[in-house]
Design a protein around this ligand. Structure first.
Ligand code: TXA
Ligand code: MG
Length: 328
């Protein structure tokens, strides 16, 4: 199959036709690119799992346009969730509700909840409006690989396997949406992202962060899998000195070390090639996945130096960073 890459606006009507015909289409969002299919169709949703090599117990997020009425899909909503929707949607916040079971049972993989996201990217909104269906979509990468933030990244993973990629340019957010459980007394973050705990607590009054205990069945199954892995050897450390020592050892073995780190560390790593994450949480979020995909192409050993900053958006960035480097 030939994989077309079309500008999002020019390709949206073809994309909608393909989705209605049960095909899978990749599309731009403000976080990462998604691999979408009609959420009502068992066959279409199953194609996503097969294409990605995704474990069958990892549920999908359903994407809708801002005017789509979700009341048939979800079984009620607590007042705090309505307030959060008002405050943050469209945007990089996915909300998990009790499900009415109307979408394909393969979307939620046996959970009685449904994750809903209203992306803010104009390209995503135009595509979803044109389609006017709930679109189940994981990130458009092969399972375990780094999430895609350009149409080229999607092409690298799915060329010849899907008919269309809607190109909306580079993703401005850069890490996946915050996943928020809205089925309890207070909202609880299942996956950290650009909408932070502080931002949610300010609107909802309170906000928990779910941490999986060993032996427990995970509430957000995706968080239990190895993720975001570059296809080269990786090492993780905390200081520029450690990175220099790891780099020297790799050179002595005849390999090519590359160091991925924040700007202030990049100034301290000497004559090693570096991939500069930047200096603020927002910039590091935007650059992380593109640099991981760049690093795997040029390095034999990609060495990550953990950024120091911890607050706000960095909770989400550090979570992805540590998983990419096998440190968590
Ligand atoms: O930004 C994003 O969220 C991107 C773009 C494409 O929208 N999508 C994305 O999807 O990151 P994916 O499949 O890569 O990650 C979905 C996460 C997984 O960790 C999954 O376990 C969790 O959301 N999830 C989905 N449905 C859930 C549910 N009903 N309950 C709890 N967690 C759920
Ligand atoms: Mg993913």
């Amino acid at each position: 199959m030939e994989t077309k890459i079309l500008p999002a606006e020019a390709g949206k009507s073809l994309a909608a036709r393909l989705i209605r015909a049960g095909e899978v289409v990749a599309f731009h969002t403000e976080t990462v690119y998604g691999l979408g299919a009609n959420a009502f169709s068992d066959g279409a949703v199953q194609k996503i799992f097969a294409l990605k090599g995704r474990p069958s117990d990892n549920p999908l997020i359903v994407h809708v346009h801002a005017g789509y009425d979700i009341s048939a899909l979800i079984d009620g909503e607590p007042p705090y969730a309505a307030a959060l929707r008002q405050a943050f949607l469209p945007g990089p916040l996915t909300m998990v509700y009790p499900s009415t079971g109307k979408v394909s049972r393969f979307v939620s993989c046996g959970l009685n909840t449904l994750a809903i996201r209203v992306p803010s990217s104009p390209a995503a909104q135009a595509f979803l409006r044109e389609t006017d269906l709930p679109v189940a979509a994981p990130s458009a990468n092969l399972s375990k690989h780094v999430s895609p933030v350009t149409a080229g990244h999607v092409f690298d993973d799915f060329s010849g396997k899907i008919p269309l990629i809607l190109d909306g340019g580079a993703c401005s957010g850069g890490i996946e949406s915050t996943v928020l459980d809205c089925t309890g007394e207070i909202p609880q973050i299942l996956r950290e992202g650009l909408v932070t705990r502080g931002m949610i607590a300010e609107v909802a009054g309170d906000c928990g962060v779910y941490r999986m205990r060993t032996g427990e069945k995970p509430r957000s199954p995706g968080m239990a899998y190895r993720h975001y892995s570059p296809r080269c050897d990786t090492a993780c450390c905390k200081t520029a000195e450690e990175a220099r020592a790891l780099g020297a050892a790799e050179r002595a073995r005849g390999g090519k070390p590359v160091i991925l780190c924040e700007s202030k560390t990049a100034a301290l790593v000497g004559d090693f090639e570096t991939l500069d994450l930047g200096a603020t949480g927002e910039v590091m979020a935007r650059r992380l996945y593109a640099l991981l995909r760049q690093g795997e192409k040029i390095a034999t050993l990609l060495i990550g130096v953990e950024p120091e900053e911890q607050g706000g958006v960095m909770a989400g960035v550090l979570n992805r960073f540590k998983r990419a480097f096998g440190a968590e």
